[in-house]
Design a protein around this ligand. Structure first.
Ligand code: C5P
Length: 220
């Protein structure tokens, strides 16, 4: 019997993480934050003083394959170090986007991601969950929101953490990251053909959760 998977893909700051984590909680499923893996790969490459470029593709892929990664109670560990905060900065997101454009790095992280698919089920969020990693998933959601809404949400998040930020800069950054993620040759950001589109610009987090749970009951 195939282990059920719900894929939640979409652009930067669309609310994928919030939606996917809440679905996993309500359904009692495992949760995969695939972006965190690329963020860790970017961090590890930086620390190894590797340029985040095609010339270092093989070296970064080797690093990615051997990451001593652990996910525990919502925290991400690299060896003995809790790197949860270090990988959440805007700069770490940009670094993740750079290393994620390298095909060998994507391939190095593929089996690790597929290993999260265990009973009773999985909710996976990212850019290519429905197109590449779990193409047979019974439910694929492509979550979007306008760039203005996404920048505003990211701004609120940062302010609530006591980090000052400028909305126009945030918007420019997330549009640059989306442009790179959408234009790369491997696993570009785009909805799977059988994905259901959900624009949450004018929805509360709870409304999005309810919509997806409704779809989930329909496909089962
Ligand atoms: O989702 P998050 O912002 O944490 O992802 C960081 C970056 O990692 C994205 O901008 C994207 O370039 C990359 N990524 C990816 N494929 C995924 C998840 C993230 O290429 N499945």
């Amino acid at each position: 019997v195939a282990v059920p998977v719900i894929c939640v893909d979409g652009p930067t700051a669309s609310g994928k993480g919030t939606l996917a984590a809440e679905l996993a909680r309500q359904l009692g499923y495992h949760y995969l934050d695939s972006g965190a893996l690329y963020r860790v790969a970017g961090l590890a490459a930086r620390r190894a003083h590797l340029a985040l470029e095609p010339s270092q593709e093989a070296a970064i892929a080797d690093l990615a394959r051997a990451l001593p990664l652990r996910f525990d109670a919502g925290r991400v560990w690299l060896g003995d170090e809790d790197i949860s905060d270090a990988i959440r900065t805007e700069a770490a997101g940009m670094d993740a986007s750079r290393v994620s454009a390298l095909p060998a790095v994507r391939e190095a992280l593929q089996a690790l991601q597929q290993g999260f698919r265990r009973l009773p089920g999985l909710v996976a969020d990212g850019r290519d969950m429905g197109t590449v990693i779990f193409p047979d998933a019974p439910l694929k959601v492509y979550l979007t929101a306008s760039a203005a809404h996404r920048a505003e949400r990211r701004h609120k998040q940062l302010i609530s953490k006591g980090i000052s930020a400028n909305i126009a800069d945030l918007r420019a950054d997330l549009e640059a990251r989306d442009a790179r993620d959408s234009s790369r040759s491997v696993a570009p950001l785009k909805p799977a053909e059988d994905a259901r589109l959900l624009d949450n610009s004018d929805q509360t987090a709870q409304q999005s959760v309810d919509q997806v749970l409704h779809w989930w009951r329909q496909v089962q």
